[in-house]
Design a protein around this ligand. Structure first.
Ligand code: NI
Length: 276
């Protein structure tokens, strides 16, 4: 019975012991774990700062896409003329670009792919100086004498050379000799053909006075004037051409600036809007 009675006492005191132990452990745990709850909140804070989401969100802020510059002039309202230079770049290109800088005039260059590959720095300077650029075939082939698919391949190859030299992707094409047809344009529907309505005949006459007379006298609002990068007399005539056109009240702009919106591809133009 002694066994049973002592077992009974043990049994009776067991809950008490468990209770005391429990309270002791609880009290002990209240003293010790003071630190973990304190250090726990600091850890997530450090994690947040370690990921630096603030810095990531800051990155796009300093590089907002620049607002496109408004057109200098609205050529649908004001009479404009676009001077264009074909066949370059050439040995005369740097002198021509110097002259244009002096005059403060922006023009459009229709470069061949081959000359672009030979003188990429001149094409780069054309673009950096604010002039417009387009392609003029790879090597001055008459595009209507090859298949429309070949004509497009030629135009693309030329555009690629211009992009490589200047970083600019152009879809403007001036077909050599002004020679194009509907099949070609349909096949190259991502390009726009830019012709001209004023021919200075500079390549034929090499006469500065005649070149000036054509450029100034034959121009109307929206005219596109054909000259050549390769004709020294056109550079010689340039100051009097610019003065004469300004005297007649024309704004001098690049070909894309003739329109007040981007020119849609798949078209052909001999001139821009005839303002006034
Ligand atoms: Ni040409």
């Amino acid at each position: 019975m002694g066994n049973s009675s002592s077992r009974g006492v043990w049994r009776a005191s067991l809950p008490v012991l468990v209770g005391v132990l429990g309270i002791g452990l609880a009290a002990f745990s209240l003293l010790l774990p003071g630190k973990p709850p304190q250090s726990a909140p600091t850890a997530p804070v450090r994690t947040v700062t370690a990921t630096t989401p603030v810095e990531v969100s800051k990155a796009p802020a300093p590089t907002p896409s620049p607002e496109p510059l408004p057109p200098r002039v609205d050529c649908t309202q004001v009479p404009c003329v676009a001077l264009t230079f074909d066949d370059g770049p050439s040995a005369y290109s740097e002198a021509l670009l110097d002259k244009l800088d002096e005059l403060g005039v922006k023009v459009t260059f229709f470069n061949t792919g081959q000359n672009t590959a030979n003188r990429p720095e001149s094409v780069k300077r054309q673009v950096e100086s604010g002039h417009a650029v387009g392609g003029h075939s790879w090597n001055h082939v008459q595009l209507t004498t090859i298949s429309p698919a070949d004509a497009c391949a030629d135009a693309n190859r030329t555009a690629d050379a211009i992009k490589q030299a200047s970083g600019v992707e152009t879809y403007l094409v001036r077909p050599p000799y002004g020679s194009w047809n509907d099949a070609m344009l349909a096949a190259c529907s991502d390009k726009t053909f830019i012709l001209w309505d004023v021919d200075t005949e500079d390549w034929r006459t090499h006469d500065a006075a005649q070149i000036r007379d054509h450029a100034v006298g034959d121009s109307r609002a929206g005219s596109i004037v054909l000259m050549h990068d390769t004709v020294a007399e056109s550079i010689e005539a340039l100051p009097s051409i610019v003065a004469g056109l300004k005297e007649r009240g024309f704004e001098l702009v690049t070909v894309p600036e003739l329109w007040n919106e981007p020119i849609a591809p798949g078209q052909s133009f001999y001139n821009g809007p005839r303002a006034g």
